[in-house]
Design a protein around this ligand. Structure first.
Ligand code: SF4
Length: 180
């Protein structure tokens, strides 16, 4: 079993990637680094839901810093971008970079992310940022397109079975307007 750090944004999105990684003979440790999530109450709900799910599965869970000011600085000037635009690329970069650095600190040689499970996200846009981070850190980014093979549908089924909280927007304050 090879160790891997799985960047995760929430419990429903992490459910299927964890299952698939285990089937693929990886030992995933989950890293929750999502300074994009707004507001703090929402951040806490998503974090606790994921933490509890990891506990249930006996999977290691780690929390990164909650630093929304760093996220806002990172996407400055791109607040009005639509989803899948430049703001999202910057957001992916920020989260994946921190994940790779975390993997490095734990002597784990590879990482991936649950973000590709969402049908609202373009996997190639996420892979692009993963590759940049990988070349900057020397930590291998494993390109898992988790939405493939009904990945999203399976993740929602697991979420329902486990009675998980399911959010209605991606995470940042700018994505809230998309549901209004
Ligand atoms: S819409 Fe989602 S991926 Fe895009 S910037 Fe906001 S939180 Fe990040």
């Amino acid at each position: 079993m090879k160790k891997i750090i799985l960047h995760a944004c929430c419990a429903p999105c992490a459910s299927y990637p964890i299952k698939l990684l285990l089937e693929d003979n990886y030992t995933p440790a989950v890293f929750f680094y999502n300074p994009n999530i707004y507001p703090l109450e929402e951040y806490e709900i998503r974090k606790n839901e994921l933490k509890n799910y990891c506990k249930k599965l006996k999977i290691d869970f780690y929390e990164g810093k909650y630093e929304p000011e760093k996220y806002l600085e990172c996407v400055k000037g791109y607040e009005k971008e639509p989803e899948k635009g430049i703001r999202c690329s910057l957001c992916f970069y920020l989260r994946l970079k921190e994940t790779a650095l975390f993997a490095k600190s734990k002597d784990i040689s590879c990482f991936t992310t649950t973000l590709t499970v969402s049908p609202h996200k373009n996997s190639s846009q996420i892979f692009e940022q993963g590759k940049i981070v990988s070349s900057e850190t020397g930590i291998e980014f494993i390109e898992y397109n988790f939405k493939k093979n009904d990945g999203f549908k399976i993740s929602r089924t697991i979420a329902k079975e486990n009675n998980m909280y399911a959010q209605k927007y991606c995470g940042c304050q700018f994505s809230i307007r998309d549901i209004n």
